[in-house]
Design a protein around this ligand. Structure first.
Ligand code: TNX
Length: 519
């Protein structure tokens, strides 16, 4: 980090200089390169516009998104205009493609002078990432949903940034307890701010089936009717799901739907008698642990018709590249059963035009180029390594650091929510781990990124979900994005603390952990 006076591109400067502006170093996740132009700041004013240039509509979409964020708190009109190539920028500019030094996927360059704020990127994701950085450089009051007085000052300088990993995920388990669409959207709002780019939706589990399937209507009707402990059932209509996918996409987040199997499928077996081995439907399951009866009947041909049609409908509703096919906790299944099941399921996923994602237990049973998700040490690691060497990728979600359903501390009542089997997981513990040190012998180049799952057996509603997820999900976002060389709890802590007031303004019910020096 260098403060460069010589970098000042103009002597005009903001009349009151940079006083009160957020330092460029206060961004989370930490950008790759930050250069501050001392004495220079940009003040957003009522007659400014947001300009879009380049690309086929994506620059305009990014400009619309940014203007939409800024209009309420500033009260400014902020019209979106297209900027002719080569025109002198004035105000805010979203520039896609060409003439920039950012070539890495999802990267961006942010330039702030006294006259303009310019986000340059080579892809749509880069523009959205630049916007989320810019948002954190504006005063906290930018998160208010009502008009606030200016100034809207941004520190002068340049940020050049790109992610360490292409996969930065958050998982929501809506199977154990249902979360309504608007709550999922609120969760998306928050994760997108920290450059999380995948939302893995765990749509199905023993206790609940949460997505309407037109060919199999009883899945939602019966399977969706209940939840863990008998509470919080519900399901998304296909229209709801489409809205969620669209809402996420508009914020730079890709949805990955998960259809579990061969276990954790009690809700399907309770919905259709023809899916079970003996032709009798199960009673719905509302227990807390894994259902002992939730395994699909692998010798029943109906099982594969069912999967074909379910995966077909989900694939048609999902523009993202992946379908997650589960595979976790299949204890008691032989390797031959796992191989046979996943060979068939993978063919179905591919037939419907998608790529396969699965939990680590499915590694080796899935096609070589699949993505597998690591969550527990010592399980199937040889096969994870072998498939990685054959071109597979691994997402790191080690339970003891990334499982957001684990308590922050086991001293009750200091922290009443959550489970303890993989924790407790303090904020520091959510940050203090390295993706490349999880599986000995795994080539670092096969790590696609990181994910923080939120399982919901113990979670009732968005307020509890947010309390468990935040601030720990910000640790995972930082690990997924920032350079490994910048990893340092002591410099991370104050940047994390600075997000507290922003989360509060956005009505996010984060946990006021005593480990973090909140302002
Ligand atoms: C293990 S992690 C599970 C989930 C539970 C979670 C509770 C994984 C792939 N399976 O089914 O919800 O523990 O913490």
């Amino acid at each position: 980090i260098t403060a460069t006076l010589s970098g000042a591109t103009t002597s005009v400067g903001s009349p009151s200089g940079e006083a009160g502006a957020v330092p460029l170093t206060k961004v989370l996740p930490q950008p790759a390169e930050v250069r501050t132009t001392a004495g220079v700041a940009f003040d957003l004013e009522s007659d400014d516009a947001v300009h879009a240039t380049g690309g086929s509509g994506d620059a305009k979409a990014a400009a619309d998104f940014l203007a939409g964020l800024l209009r309420k708190p500033t009260g400014y009109a902020l019209p979106v205009r297209s900027l002719a190539a080569g025109a002198e920028p004035d105000g805010i500019v979203m520039a896609l493609g060409g003439n920039n030094s950012v070539t890495q996927a999802e990267g961006y360059q942010l330039d702030v002078t006294s006259r303009s704020v310019t986000v340059r990127a080579d892809d749509r994701a880069g523009l959205f990432n630049g916007i989320e950085t810019l948002r954190q450089l504006l005063p906290v009051k930018v998160e208010r949903q009502q008009r606030m007085p200016g100034p809207w000052r941004i520190q002068g300088g340049r940020i050049t940034d790109a992610p360490r990993y292409g996969y930065r995920g958050a998982m929501l388990d809506v199977g154990r307890h249902f979360l309504p669409k608007t709550d999922v959207e609120k969760y998306i709002d928050t994760i997108a701010r920290y450059k999380i780019n995948y939302l893995h939706l765990h749509l199905v589990d023993d206790q609940g089936w949460r997505i309407e399937i037109k060919e199999w209507p009883e899945l939602a009707k019966i399977g969706g009717s209940t939840g863990t402990g008998g509470l919080l059932g519900g399901f998304y209509t296909q229209e709801d799901y489409r809205n969620i996918v669209q809402y996420a996409w508009a914020r730079g987040v890709t949805v990955i739907p998960e259809i579990e199997g061969p276990d954790h499928m009690h809700s399907a077996l309770a919905s259709y008698a023809k899916l079970t081995c003996d032709g009798k439907a199960l009673e719905p399951y509302t227990g807390w642990g894994k259902s002992p009866d939730g395994g699909l009947c692998l010798d029943n041909p109906t099982t594969y018709e069912f999967l074909d049609e379910v995966i077909g409908e989900i694939a048609a509703l999902t523009p993202g590249p992946y379908i997650h096919v589960g595979g976790d906790e299949a204890a008691g299944r032989s390797q031959a059963e796992m191989d046979g099941y996943f060979e068939k399921v993978a063919k179905l996923v591919e037939k419907h035009g998608k790529k396969v994602f699965g939990w680590q237990e499915a590694a080796g049973s899935l096609p070589a180029k699949s993505v597998t998700e690591f969550w527990v040490p010592g399980n199937n690691e040889d096969r994870i390594i072998a498939s990685a060497k054959a071109g597979g990728k691994v997402v790191m979600a080690p339970a003891m650091h990334t499982y957001l359903d684990q308590k922050y501390t086991d001293s009750y009542p200091e922290y009443p929510l959550g489970q303890t089997w993989a924790g407790p997981t303090s904020v520091q513990s959510s940050y203090d781990w390295k993706p490349e040190e999880q599986i000995a012998g795994l080539p670092a180049t096969s790590i696609a990124g990181v994910e923080a799952p939120l399982w919901t057996e113990t979670v009732f509603g968005i307020n509890q979900a947010e309390n468990l997820a935040f601030p720990r999900l910000l640790s995972i976002a930082e690990i997924g994005w920032a350079k490994a060389s910048s990893h340092d709890w002591n410099t991370f802590k104050p940047r994390l603390a600075a997000q507290g007031p922003r989360l509060r303004e956005s009505r996010v019910n984060y946990y006021l952990s005593p480990e973090v020096p909140w302002p």
